[in-house]
Write a protein of this length. Structure first.
Length: 406
């Protein structure tokens, strides 16, 4: 279950153009995660958007003034709200509100709540003009907040609000990224079983070139790998994610490396293997490759009648032979006699777990949003999961691994 489920959150809105993203975020928090959200808007925030839309999505009065309320609740309400909240998130956080926090200024409802709340309960998502963000005063304030253990969601580099601003740093991340960080902070408050652990996860397919245009590959989308990586990051791990070619965004909270071929995947994995505590090879590494890839494009008139193939290196087998104290987990794609075939792989490759996936099962196909897997440990004991979303599947996989890793 998501750490966000049913949580009490104070959502602070300061006056930036990125505030429009906060409306959709609020809708997700209340509708999808059943969060109890109280919105607090600064005077500047109200100049960008009316409080009515936030009242509609939260089902509650929006706090816009320190001393006025339709419910006549004044005095210590800002203290009561913060003491009862699981989290105070300021999204977007302008240079002005960041400066107030750094200086300990409390001159409105939101800045007063920020002064009352403990830093470990506060999430700040800076968003502003690129010149404002890079201003040394703002950078000094940001560093001071990091040193005081406030959680900052770093802004992205990309197209900014106006054509005059163009491309640069300062853009508020998308909704998925914001939700990831809120969930990560709440997960950290509860437990971080992977804190301090180095985890390496691979995902996606590899491509083996026939020529510079064509290649041999498979339908893996990389969604399972991303789900496993993001879940590990929420549990506190330092995650290295190595992915073959996909259309997915990099997993939040992870260091991502992109490769194309099985050989590149092997090189990237082995370069990091020794410093890892756990490795999950979720990538669908292509088993075959053309013996002699051609430069350029093979013309239709010269396409050979036969394509000579070689096997690619078995990365899992290599890792199993070199394994020291790492927990090593592989994925097995089988369409017949899948359990016994997977047990054979588990044994021959010296794995601690193998996760079996039959893509011909309903809900277990490549590129889908769901999966249905069976987990087999080194004692050959198996646990089958029902059809779940890939995010839920990843959560269950980690639960089982963490429950038995000792």
């Amino acid at each position: 279950m998501s750490a966000l489920k049913g949580k009490s959150i104070v959502l602070g809105l300061s006056g930036g153009i990125a505030i429009y993203k906060s409306a959709s975020l609020l809708r997700r928090l209340t509708h999808d995660y059943a969060c109890d959200v109280t919105v607090v808007m600064t005077k500047s925030a109200q100049a960008f958007m009316t409080s009515l839309i936030f009242e509609t999505f939260s089902g509650k009065e929006v706090i816009t003034d320190m001393f006025e309320s339709e419910k006549d609740i004044v005095g210590t309400r800002h203290i009561d709200l913060i003491q009862n909240a699981d989290l105070l998130a300021v999204i977007p956080a302008t240079a002005n509100i960041l400066g107030k926090i750094s200086a300990g200024i409390a001159d409105d409802a939101l800045s007063t709540m920020l002064l009352v709340a403990k830093p470990e309960k506060i999430v700040l998502a800076p968003a502003m003009n690129k010149n404002m963000y890079t201003n040394p005063h703002v950078q000094r304030n940001l560093q001071q907040l990091r040193d005081l253990h406030y959680y900052l969601i770093e802004p992205e580099t990309g197209d900014l609000a106006t054509t005059q601003e163009g491309w640069g740093i300062g853009r508020l991340p998308d909704e998925k990224t914001l939700l990831f960080h809120l969930e990560k902070v709440l997960s950290t408050q509860k437990k971080t079983p992977l804190k301090g652990k180095h985890v390496l996860i691979t995902g996606g397919p590899t491509r083996e070139p026939i020529d510079d245009i064509r290649f041999i590959s498979n339908p893996s989308s990389g969604k399972m790998g991303v789900a496993l990586a993001e879940t590990a990051a929420k549990l506190g791990a330092e995650v290295s994610y190595i992915t073959g070619p996909t259309t997915l965004s990099n997993p939040d909270g992870c260091t991502t490396q992109h490769v194309v071929t099985a050989a590149e995947m092997k090189t990237a994995v082995l370069a990091q293997y020794d410093k890892q505590d756990m490795v999950i090879m979720a990538a669908a590494v292509e088993d075959i490759k053309p013996r002699a890839p051609q430069t350029g494009k093979i013309k239709k008139s010269t396409i050979p009648e036969q394509l000579l193939l070689d096997k690619t290196d078995d990365i899992l087998h290599i890792l199993g032979k070199q394994k020291k104290d790492q927990i090593l987990i592989g994925f097995s794609v089988e369409i017949e006699n899948e359990i016994q075939n997977s047990i054979d792989k588990l044994t021959s490759k010296n794995l601690d777990w193998i996760i079996v996936n039959n893509p011909q099962q309903e809900g277990g196909a490549f590129a889908g949003d769901t999966n249905q897997v069976t987990m087999i440990d080194k004692h050959h004991e198996s646990t089958s999961l029902p059809r779940l979303s890939k995010e839920q599947t990843a959560e269950h996989i980690w639960q089982y691994i963490l429950a038995t890793k000792e």
